[in-house]
Every structure is written in C-alpha cells, then in structure tokens.
Write a new protein. Structure first.
Length: 333
C-alpha cells in the first residue's frame, strides 16, 4: 500500500452554485498546488440531494469527494457543519483546507479552525506553495496598504478563506472520474442552539462586474460626478461594465456595487480601461489578473502606469470623450 497523498480540501458550498463559482475557482487553484506537493484535491460536500453538485465538482477537477448526505443537512447549521468538518478532518488529516470568503465561509471557516486548533488567514487574494511545501496565504493588511504573506509552519491543517473571482475555474470535463467516500452522520451529533423558523431569500441582484470581459474603471482623477458618468456611456458602447475606486464611491459618484478593491470586487477582464486612477495597492491587488490594462492618467509616475500594458499620459476625461466620439462615428458608418 502506497504512502497516503497530501490532501488539499475545498469545502463545497453549492447553495448558490449557478451564481457563486468560488468553489470551482478554489478547485482549480487546488489542482495547481496539488501538483506542486504531489497531492490530491478533495471536495467536502455536506447536504441533501447533492448528486448534481458532486458531478460538477468532479468534472471541474476534484480527485475525491467526501460526501455526507442526510435530510438533516438541508438547512445550514454552524454547530452541525463545523462538528462534521472537524470530525472528518481529524480522521483524514488534510494538509490544507480552503473555503470561499462568502458570508457563509466567513462564519464557517473560523469555527472549524478554532475546533481544530489551527491558523486561518481570512479574505486571501492569492495562494502559493513555498520551497518548504507550505501554503503561502496572501491577504491585504493595514487597511489594504500592504499585502501580508502568512504561513502556518506547525499546525495542521493550513486554512484560508479566499475571495470569489480570484482564480479561473477549469473547463468542464465530462470524462473525469473521482472516488466518492460516503461519510455517514454520527449518532453523537451536537444539539443545535439555533433553529431556523422560516427563511425568505432576498431578491437576487444582477452583478456582472466580476464576469465582465471589458471593464471601464474610474477614479477621482475623472474630476467630477458628471465627468465620471461618461464612463457608463463608454462602457455601454464597448459592451462592458463600470468599476470604481473607493474614493469615487465615498464621493457618491458610483454605487457600492461598482467598488473594485480590497473591500469590493476582484476582477479579471480581458481588457481593463483605467481612467484617472493612481493605483493604490488596495485597488491594484484586485485588478492584477486583468489580461490587458490601458491606463490614462496625468501623472506619468502613478503606480497604475507601471503595471499598465498601455499607459497614456493625458486628461482622463478628455480621452474618455474622444473614445466615445470615435466609437459613435464607427457605429454610424
């Protein structure tokens, strides 16, 4: 019998599967890191009637599924879920556990880490494996002014929550197979201190910014709310979405849903237009996976200009207007 592989676990949060792809994104990153440590990717699924989601996780890269399926798991309970996760982790001893930094994950993961007596880095924006085989967890710190690198050298498992939209999910592969380990509910389940009486989902908000192929992002360098509003016209002509920096949101030039940065969205468009943005680290950390960046700024030494593929030293408002006029003329031809 061969030596047991080092396992990277991803918690399978499928409750909003078709809108929230963070579990698939984490499976993709876990596959990359598993190759670096000679490990395997396992997804933990707790729920009822989960066959569709289990198949999806396998098709997107899971090597093994730990499945606990029971009608009592239809509704999320922090005590029940964290108890089952702790019990399974103590038995199987994974090297790493990754959880999406959703509202659910931000509650669930710290409870599991506390139960296991290990460390947890919250809201990571990148992960890596160092030369010692340790998980390097990168997350903003000091109000987003620095990116901290954290490792857990002794305690196991190494745990992190990761923001949605950071990593690219793998293509769906119908031919993939995986081992499914059925884990029954134990008899000694803890009694829940909180019981759900009723549930009413909030209306779904359409949010295409994280999935947009083209993003037009504006900062305070646009000069005014009126000038910033021109970015919406440009984005419409380009078939893209509008993003904003934190100062712009504070000035009420754009709504909170448009915020790109440490406290907002992580984006990875094919083309990013950056208008009047200096490039503070809390913003640039959220756009660095963009394929192609076009930055327009009056200051040639602005940090954003150094990371741009095309840097234009000019007034952001004037360039925006010129692009709008040119695109309109092309449409009329």
């Amino acid at each position: 019998m061969g030596e047991k592989k080092r396992a990277i676990w991803v918690f399978g949060d499928f409750r909003n599967y078709f809108q929230n792809r963070v579990t698939l994104q984490l499976i993709s990153k876990a596959r990359e890191m598993a190759g670096m440590i000679g490990g395997e990717v396992c997804v933990v699924v707790l729920g009822s009637q989960t066959a569709e989601y289990v198949s999806e996780y396998i098709a997107h890269g899971a090597d093994k599924i730990y499945l606990t399926e029971d009608p009592r798991l239809v509704e999320y309970s922090m005590e029940t879920y964290s108890f089952l996760m702790e019990r399974l982790a103590r038995r199987e001893k994974p090297e790493i556990i990754l959880v999406g930094a959703t509202s659910f994950g931000r509650e669930f993961a710290p409870h599991v880490a506390k139960r296991l007596g290990t460390g947890l880095t919250a809201d990571c924006i990148d992960l890596d494996i160092d030369e010692k085989g340790l998980l390097v967890q990168r997350a903003p710190s000091f109000g987003g002014k620095l990116i901290a690198e954290t490792v857990i050298p002794e305690r196991r498992p190494q745990m992190a929550t990761v923001r949605p939209g950071i990593f690219q999910e793998l293509p769906h592969d119908f031919s993939r197979t995986a081992e499914i380990v059925h884990v029954p509910m134990p008899d000694n389940m803890p009694s829940d201190r909180v019981h759900i009486i009723s549930r009413e989902p909030s209306p779904a908000k359409e949010d295409h910014l994280e999935q947009a192929k083209i993003v037009v992002c504006g900062g305070r360098g646009m000069g005014s709310k009126k000038k910033f509003s021109r970015l919406y016209e440009l984005a419409e002509l380009l078939g893209g979405e509008v993003g904003a920096t934190r100062p712009v949101v504070y000035l009420n030039w754009a709504n909170r849903e448009a915020l790109v940065g440490q406290a907002g969205k992580q984006i990875r468009p094919v083309i990013l237009f950056s208008f009047g943005i200096s490039g503070a680290i809390q913003h640039t950390a959220s756009i660095r996976k963009s394929c192609f960046i076009i930055a327009i700024n009056k200051n040639p030494k602005a940090p954003i200009m150094k990371m741009a593929d095309v840097a234009i030293v000019a007034d952001a408002g004037q360039i925006c207007n010129a692009l709008i006029n040119e695109l309109k003329q092309r449409i009329r031809r």
